[in-house]
Design a protein around this ligand. Structure first.
Ligand SMILES: Nc1ncnc2c1ncn2[C@@H]1O[C@H](COP(=O)(O)OP(=O)(O)O)[C@@H](O)[C@H]1O
Ligand SMILES: [Mg+2]
Length: 366
C-alpha cells in the first residue's frame, strides 16, 4: 500500500545496524559464508511493510541484489491490522509456479519474528523503474509522464494483459487465501472483511458519513452475477509493477491478495489511476486524462482473458470506498503521531472525497 501525495508520515524505524547484524546471522544459517552488504531503505518506501535493499555477497564472490520485506512494526499505528508475510510469499510462489506473470524470484521466508525483528521474506531485486506515487506519475517530471502516447499505450496494454495472466492462477491451489469472514460468496466475504477493517479504523473516532453512504450504495449496485472466483492480486496498479522499458518485469506488493471476482483488480486498477488523475486536475494540471481509460481497459482485459468484465460501476465504487478507509487510517495515524489535527468532519481526511461522493451519487462516470 502507498501514501500518495501526503507528506510522507513516519515509517516504523528499525535500527539498520542491528538489522544488518541479524540479517548476516540469518543468512549464515542457510547460506554459510555469505554476507549482507550495502543495506539501504529506498525513498519510495510505502508505509506498511518495510522494504530493505541489500546485496547478498556469496562465499564464491558472486553478488546477488536482494530485497527484504519485513512485516510492519505493530507499535507504529500500522495501516492494516495484520501483515501475513507467509501468505504473501505463498501467493507469489503460486503465481510464479502456475502463470507467466513475472514475480521476483523468491529466496527465503522467515516466519519467526525473533530472527529478523519481524516476519519477512527475501527475494531477488529486479532492475527497472516503477511509476512514482510521490509525486504521482500524473504530474510532470517523471519517466512515464515524459513518455510518448504510444509508449504509454504499450505499457497500458501490457499491464492489463498481466492482470489477465495473473487471473489464470489455479484457485484450487490457493485455499490459504480463503477468507474467514462470514458470507455466502467470496465477494460477500470480501466486503464483510472491508466492513470489519473500517470498524477497526473508526474505533474510538466519529463515524465517516461518506464511507457509510458508500457501503449502502454498494448494496444497491450489488452484481447479479458475481462471476468466476480468481486469485486477486489486491493492490493491482501500475505503481506496483517494475517496468523494463514499458514492459512489466515484476509484479509486487501482494499484501492485499484475496480470492474474488476478476473485477476486484480491474476496479482497483482503474480507480487508482483516477485517484492520481483527479488530484492532479485539482492542482490545476492536465495530468494524463487519456491514460488507463476505463472502457479501453475493460476491452483490453476482455481481449486478453476472454472474459468481459461486468459491473465496473460497482467495482470502481468499491475501490474508491476501500481507498477511503485506508485514507482515514492514514489520517488518524498522522493525528496519532501529532502530525495533523483532528478535523471536525472525518470525511475531510479522505483526499478523494469529491470523487467518492460523485460515485455514490452516480454522477462520476459520464
Ligand atoms: N523485488 C524487488 N526488486 C526491486 N525493487 C523492489 C522489489 N520489491 C520492492 N521493490 C522496491 O520497493 C518499493 C516498494 O515495494 P512494494 O512491494 O510496492 O511495497 P510497499 O508499496 O508496500 O512499500 C517498490 O516500488 C520498488 O521500488
Ligand atoms: Mg507498493
Amino acid at each position: 500500500m502507498a501514501t500518495p501525495s501526503t507528506p510522507r508520515p513516519r515509517t516504523s524505524t528499525r535500527d539498520p545496524e542491528q538489522l544488518r547484524a541479524r540479517l548476516t546471522d540469518w543468512i549464515d544459517g542457510w547460506l554459510p559464508g555469505a554476507t549482507a552488504t550495502g543495506l539501504t531503505v529506498p525513498q519510495s518506501n510505502g508505509m506498511s511493510s518495510e522494504t530493505v535493499l541489500f546485496d547478498l555477497l556469496h562465499a564464491d564472490g558472486r553478488v546477488q541484489p536482494c530485497v527484504l520485506r519485513l512485516a510492519a512494526d505493530p507499535d507504529a499505528y500500522t495501516v492494516f491490522p495484520r501483515y501475513d508475510m507467509a501468505r504473501q510469499y505463498r501467493c507469489m510462489e503460486l503465481v510464479a509456479a502456475h502463470t507467466k506473470a513475472p514475480v521476483p524470484r523468491l529466496l527465503r521466508l522467515e516466519t519467526d519474528p525473533a530472527v529478523l525483528g519481524a516476519p519477512g521474506f527475501l527475494m531477488e531485486r529486479v532492475d527497472g523503474r516503477v511509476p512514482p506515487d510521490v509525486m504521482p506519475y500524473t504530474y510532470g517530471g517523471n519517466w512515464l509522464h515524459e513518455a510518448s502516447d504510444a509508449e504509454r499505450a504499450e505499457l497500458e496494454r501490457a499491464s492489463v494483459a498481466i492482470l489477465a495472466e495473473l487471473h489464470t492462477a489455479p484457485v484450487a491451489e490457493a485455499a490459504f487465501l480463503r477468507s474467514s469472514a462470514a458470507g455466502e460468496t467470496p465477494l460477500r466475504q470480501h466486503v464483510n472483511e472491508q466492513r470489519a477493517y473500517y470498524a477497526w479504523v473508526a474505533a474510538g473516532h466519529p463515524a465517516s458519513p461518506l464511507i457509510e453512504r458508500a457501503f449502502a450504495r454498494l448494496e444497491q449496485l450489488w452484481p447479479a452475477d458475481e462471476g468466476e472466483t480468481v486469485l486477486s492480486w489486491g493492490d493491482a496498479r501500475i505503481g506496483n509493477v517494475i517496468y523494463q522499458g514499458f514492459t512489466p518485469a515484476a509484479v509486487l506488493d501482494w499484501e492485499m491478495a484475496a480470492l474474488g471476482p476478476r473485477e476486484l483488480d480491474l476496479g482497483w486498477f482503474v480507480f487508482l489511476h483516477r485517484f492520481f488523475q483527479d488530484l492532479t486536475v485539482a492542482f490545476g494540471q492536465p495530468g494524463l486524462p487519456e491514460f488507463l481509460d476505463r472502457q479501453r481497459v475493460v476491452a483490453q482485459y476482455a481481449q486478453a482473458s476472454g472474459h468481459t468484465p461486468q459491473d465496473l460501476g460497482f467495482y470502481t465504487l468499491y475501490a474508491a470506498l476501500r481507498h477511503a478507509v485506508v485514507m482515514l487510517r492514514i489520517g488518524y495515524r498522522q493525528i496519532h503521531f501529532g502530525e495533523a489535527l483532528v478535523p471536525a468532519d472525518p470525511d475531510k481526511l479522505i483526499m478523494h472525497r469529491d470523487t467518492l461522493e460523485a460515485m455514490v451519487e452516480g454522477r462520476y462516470w459520464n
